[in-house]
Design a protein around this ligand. Structure first.
Ligand code: PXP
Length: 238
């Protein structure tokens, strides 16, 4: 059965809006796990706009499923990851001005650097996933640099202007997932997935895991976090 990883960044976004100590993403992570989440994700950004170092440390101690740290491939983040030792690191591109992660990582253009970077993470037993656009070139490069997982960027699919375009982009995701699997990569996907556009993924064995944040937190504000997580799990599992 496909798994759901819940991204709790936006609980921290709300907290940081007041620079106080609530709501706490650590509490949110525990509730998400109680509701059935299979993993917890946080993105520790260079500018610390939402998740803080303290959150990551506490989550490492409290998460019962698995902890996935999204981060840019910088020296600072490498040191943090090697100290905290999340179960999984997802490497993402990061730009200061963006509202959220905009595109996939350019693995093709950074193979040497990434191969060395991944080697160091793997020495500590950390599984590495690369967040990439669903193209054969990026997938092949992800395999070459030694990634275990690829997370296919679903942003374009999520923003499709109509059903025809959505189906076309979904088919591209399917082709990409199949290609990755033939190379022995494990495949997840995420970005912009919500309670409507997730339905197309139902029953598809190509995707092992979904990484979802904003839509779940947006619903949680209105119906509560546990219900929001359960409803997403029900949709994923049909
Ligand atoms: N996957 C990656 C790599 C991301 O950067 C994000 C956004 O932080 C997500 C998944 C989750 O996206 P969303 O918040 O749109 O569900």
């Amino acid at each position: 059965m496909p798994r759901l990883e819940v991204n709790v960044d936006h609980v921290a976004t709300l907290r940081q809006a007041r620079l106080i100590d609530e709501p706490d993403p650590v509490t949110a992570a525990a509730l998400a796990e109680l509701a059935g989440a299979d993993g917890i994700i946080v993105h520790l950004r260079e500018d610390r706009r939402h998740i803080q170092d303290r959150d990551l440390k506490l989550l490492r101690q409290t998460v019962k499923t698995h902890l996935n740290l999204e981060m840019a491939a910088t020296r600072e983040m490498l040191e943090i990851a090697r100290t905290v030792k999340p179960d999984v690191v997802t490497l993402v591109p990061e730009k200061r001005q963006e509202l959220t992660t905009e595109g996939g990582l350019n693995v093709v253009g950074n193979q040497k650097m990434l191969r060395d970077y991944l080697k160091q993470l793997k020495e500590d037993g950390i599984r590495v996933s690369l967040f990439i656009d669903p193209t054969p070139q990026q997938i092949n490069a992800a395999k070459e640099v030694g990634a275990m997982w690829v997370e296919l960027h679903t942003g374009a699919y999520a923003e499709a202007r109509d059903e025809v375009q959505a189906q076309k982009l979904f088919d591209e995701l399917l082709d990409a997932a199949r290609h990755a699997r033939t190379l022995g990569l494990r495949v997840k996907c995420g970005h912009g997935l919500n309670y409507r556009n997730i339905k197309r993924f139902r029953g598809r064995q190509e995707f092992e895991e979904f990484s979802i944040g904003h839509a779940i937190m947006a619903r949680a504000i209105l119906v509560g976090l546990e219900r929001a997580v359960r409803e997403m799990i029900d949709l994923i599992n049909g």
